[in-house]
Structures are given as structure tokens and as C-alpha cells.
Design a protein around this ligand. Structure first.
Ligand code: GMT
Length: 377
């Protein structure tokens, strides 16, 4: 097994979603370890930030033509990937989110006619929603079987993959991680006072407002909290359910207590200003947003579903609310805010868990071990 610096092609979505965040953070970690990264996406990833001499960004352009009702992004990606693999002499490709990235990478490999190992990291809805759609299921099964290595961000997702595709052998679970130097407790006074003039509690929700996030339940839980004390709910992100959330806040008469900030690239500055983080998702394969909150010492109150119990220890560093009892989420949040000593204990435990159990270095090393294992000596 070689230990020379590697030339790694990485493919991800550029949006604020967790798979793009994880991809960007893994790229940063690999670049810090001296590897040369070629990152391909249809736009600069939201979390990428400043210049890094070891990260080369390649935007994939899809040309349109009147005949194309659906512009073929996967073909443009395969073509660009083959070109970059040739020019940069890539050793391997790591794709985040299987659809359509794995298929594009396998096609690039075929075009090149040389060995170009493909590592696929499964993130969530690429298996649980999109992947099992009959429109994609067969091609997904083929793509996973032909990847040189498949990783999943939680045991839960590995099990779901086994169920849906009859494939679990060889899937390695590599949990997500958080950069605890950037995500840490401590906020600028101005940020907290902007949400809470008299230091009343601040609750926060960060998501892409897709139906699976059930962001509207955060509004409902908050209406319970604010019924007995002044407080603010900060809703960060944007997506299909945002307008419905705004309407619900209006209907519940709490609109002036809920701040909608839209998509924000520097959530590490906002999160520490909160006391509680609400994530009422139907399920999460992992729940990276909750982990980032924990790293900032913000106590997560989340659904007991999917991979969230692998991240949060109920009653210790956060609270897991059973899915059948989501109407209790507000009461749970209110009781935590009422018991300041317990909240402080859990906040410290949340930070400790994020740093100790989900540290950046060990996870980046594990991905590197996967890379080296797929390379032919
Ligand atoms: O599946 C999605 O909603 C999109 C995906 C993404 O690209 O953000 O999110 C998934 O990947 C994250 C990073 O691994 C996980 O933290 C999220 O839990 C997961 N989302 C779901 O499972 C719903």
C-alpha cells in the first residue's frame, strides 16, 4: 500500500445540504494532509470559502439544447471527470451522494480505459428516498455493486442500504465529523442581542426546509415554549417548506418571535448564540446540523429516528423525542430551558461528545485508509 500524496477527484452537490458540507470538509482535511484535490460540482460548494493551494475547483457546465427537456448533467460530469482524470493523472474518485455521481464516475472510468477506483459515500436520501424510486433503483444497485468501495455515514443507513439493495457486505460506516475549531461555543454579543434583546432564550433550526425535515414542527414546538416565556426562534436555511413555516408562525400569532434568516454560509457564527437546537425530522441518516450545534455547546432536541440516536445520547448530550410523541417537543424544550443547571451540564456534554466522538482527524484518516485500500499497488 502506497503512502505517497494522492491525486483525488471529488464529486459533490454544491448546495447547503449535508453531503456537500461533508465533501467540502473531507477535501479540506485531505488538502491539509498534502493530497491534491480536484473538486467537481455544478457550482462552487457553499462551504468551500477561501483559497486552498491543494484544492482545485472545476465547475461542470451543462449546455442546453431545445431538444433536451432534461439537460444531461450526468454526461457532462462524466466527460469533465474523464478529462480531469487524464490531465491531472487522478489516482481515484470519491463521490458524495450516489445519484447520479457514482454512475458518472463509473462512466468516466470506462471512457478512460484505465483503472480509476471509485469510492461512493452514501449520505441519506440517495438511498432512503431517491435511490429506491423505481425510476433509479436498478441503476443504483448496479452503481453500488460496481463501486470499488462504498461508505455510509451511519449504521442506520448501512442497514437501510442492505434492505433496499440487498447489499451490505463491504459497506464501511464512517460517521460524519465536525471541525471543532470552527464550530465552538462563544458568540459575538451583537449576534445574540440581535435575536434576543433582554437575553431571553434563543432556539434555532437549521435545514434545507425539505419535507423530510418537518420544519413546521419546530414552529409548533416553539409556540409551546413561547406561551410561557419570551423567547425567539431563529430559522436558518431555505427550501420548499419555508413559506408554509412562515404562514404557520403567522397563524399561531408568533410571527414577531420567529426570525427567518434564509440560507447562511457561516452558521458557525450563528449557532453558538442559541440555547437549544430543534430538529424534528422524520428521520436523518446522521443529522450533521445537530452535530454542528453540539460542537457549539447547543443542546439538540431531535426526533428519535434514523441515525440520530448514533449521534445523540438521550438525556446526556441532547434529547431524543419519539416520533409518536412529537407534540411533546415543545414541552421537552420548555422543561430544559426551565432547568438551567441541567441545560448547562448537557451543553458541556454536547461539546465534549462532538470533540471526542466526532473529531475531524480520525475521520479524515479513515477516508484516507479507504482510498489507499482501493489503489492497486
Ligand atoms: O438526504 C438529504 O436530505 C440530503 C443530504 C444532503 O446532501 O444534505 O443529507 C443527508 O446527508 C447528511 C450528511 O451526511 C446527513 O447529515 C443528513 O442526515 C442526511 N439527510 C437525511 O438523511 C434526510
Amino acid at each position: 500500500m502506497t503512502d505517497r500524496p494522492l491525486k483525488i477527484g471529488v464529486v459533490c452537490y454544491p448546495t447547503f445540504g449535508g453531503s456537500g458540507v461533508v465533501a467540502t470538509e473531507v477535501c479540506r482535511g485531505m488538502a491539509d494532509r498534502g493530497h491534491e484535490i480536484h473538486l467537481l460540482s455544478y457550482a462552487p460548494p457553499a462551504r468551500l470559502g477561501g483559497f486552498d493551494q491543494n484544492i482545485h475547483l472545476h465547475e461542470v457546465e451543462v449546455s442546453s439544447y431545445p431538444l433536451f427537456k432534461y439537460p444531461p448533467y450526468d454526461l457532462a460530469l462524466a466527460s469533465r471527470l474523464a478529462e480531469i482524470a487524464d490531465d491531472a493523472a487522478l489516482d481515484l474518485v470519491h463521490v458524495h451522494y450516489a445519484i447520479p455521481h457514482t454512475v458518472a464516475a463509473l462512466l468516466a472510468k470506462e471512457i478512460l480505459g484505465r483503472d480509476l477506483p471509485v469510492v461512493t459515500t452514501l449520505h441519506g436520501t440517495d438511498i432512503t428516498v431517491v435511490g429506491q424510486d423505481p425510476a433509479y433503483k436498478r441503476v443504483m444497485r448496479w452503481a453500488l455493486r460496481n463501486s470499488d468501495a462504498v461508505t455510509s455515514v451511519s449504521e442506520y443507513l448501512k442497514e437501510r442500504t442492505a434492505e433496499v439493495f440487498g447489499l451490505d457486505e463491504g459497506i464501511q460506516v464512517i460517521p460524519n465529523f465536525v471541525d471543532s475549531e470552527r464550530f465552538k461555543p462563544g458568540y459575538e454579543r451583537g449576534i445574540r442581542t440581535c435575536f434576543s434583546k433582554h437575553d431571553e432564550p434563543v432556539l434555532m433550526h437549521v435545514s434545507n426546509f425539505r419535507p423530510v425535515k418537518r420544519a413546521i414542527l419546530a414552529i409548533e414546538a416553539f409556540s409551546h415554549v413561547v406561551a410561557s416565556r419570551p423567547a425567539t426562534l431563529v430559522m436558518v436555511g431555505d427550501g420548499p417548506d419555508r413559506a408554509a413555516c412562515e404562514r404557520r408562525a403567522q397563524k399561531l400569532g408568533i410571527k414577531d418571535r420567529v426570525r427567518f434568516l434564509g440560507a447562511q454560509s457561516d452558521v458557525q457564527h450563528l449557532l453558538p448564540a442559541a440555547d437549544l437546537f430543534l430538529l424534528p425530522s422524520e428521520y436523518e441518516s446522521f443529522g450533521l446540523a445537530a452535530l454542528e450545534a453540539m460542537a457549539c455547546g447547543v443542546v439538540p432536541v431531535v426526533t428519535d429516528a434514523g441515525g440520530l440516536p448514533e449521534v445523540i445520547r438521550d438525556g446526556e448530550d441532547g434529547v431524543l423525542v419519539p416520533d409518536s410523541e412529537m407534540d411533546r417537543m415543545g414541552a421537552v424544550a420548555a422543561s430544559l430551558l426551565d432547568d438551567k443547571a441541567r441545560l448547562a451540564r448537557m451543553s458541556a456534554a454536547a461539546r465534549e461528545a462532538a470533540v471526542g466522538r466526532f473529531g475531524r482527524v480520525s475521520v479524515v484518516e479513515r477516508y484516507e485508509a479507504v482510498y489507499r485500500s482501493v489503489l492497486t499497488p
